[in-house]
Design a protein around this ligand. Structure first.
Ligand code: 5GP
Length: 137
């Protein structure tokens, strides 16, 4: 799929837009979702320009999942987490709204979810949660 390098996450990766980051290395970035579906909702993205999981190089996918696991462990340690939903939407038909592959880590239950990216979170409160996750990494 053709990659739009002006998508929001590409702009965050180039530091053209702000994000509350929790982890970054040369291949992956993890940051807080701006419209969290639960407290601590975090996104993990590979830095390479892939639209969906299907476009992502398998080795990069494998490395991204390692980081997803690392962030999930930090979330479990830092927050009052009972369970974590790992969500990955591939394609607009699946509900994907940002065309850069990303993994959602949502401390919630599948039975609680449904409102996808509809309400802005309190960014100061999100920053506090991000600091806790960072400290647990
Ligand atoms: P998708 O629908 O593509 O699976 O998820 C996109 C996610 O990105 C949504 O949960 C939405 O809240 C989040 N999002 C959209 N724009 C921004 C932004 O500018 N910054 C951050 N941090 N998250 C965003």
């Amino acid at each position: 799929m053709t990659y739009d390098d002006q998508n929001i996450f590409a702009r965050i990766l180039r530091n053209e837009l702000p994000a509350i980051k929790v982890y970054e290395d040369d291949q992956v970035l993890a940051f807080m979702d701006i419209m969290p579906q639960a407290e601590g909702h975090t996104l993990v993205i590979p830095k390479s320009p892939a639209v969906t999981l299907l476009d992502l190089d398998p080795q990069e996918a494998a490395y991204t999942i390692q980081v997803v696991q690392k962030i999930a462990k930090a979330m479990e340690k830092a927050l009052d987490v009972k369970g974590i939903v790992l969500m990955q939407l591939s394609g607009a038909a699946a509900g994907q709204t940002v065309p850069h592959v990303h993994f959602h880590l949502i401390p919630s239950s599948v039975h609680e979810l449904g409102k996808h990216g509809v309400q802005m979170g309190d960014q100061d409160q999100i920053k506090v949660l991000a600091d806790k996750i960072k400290a647990a990494l």
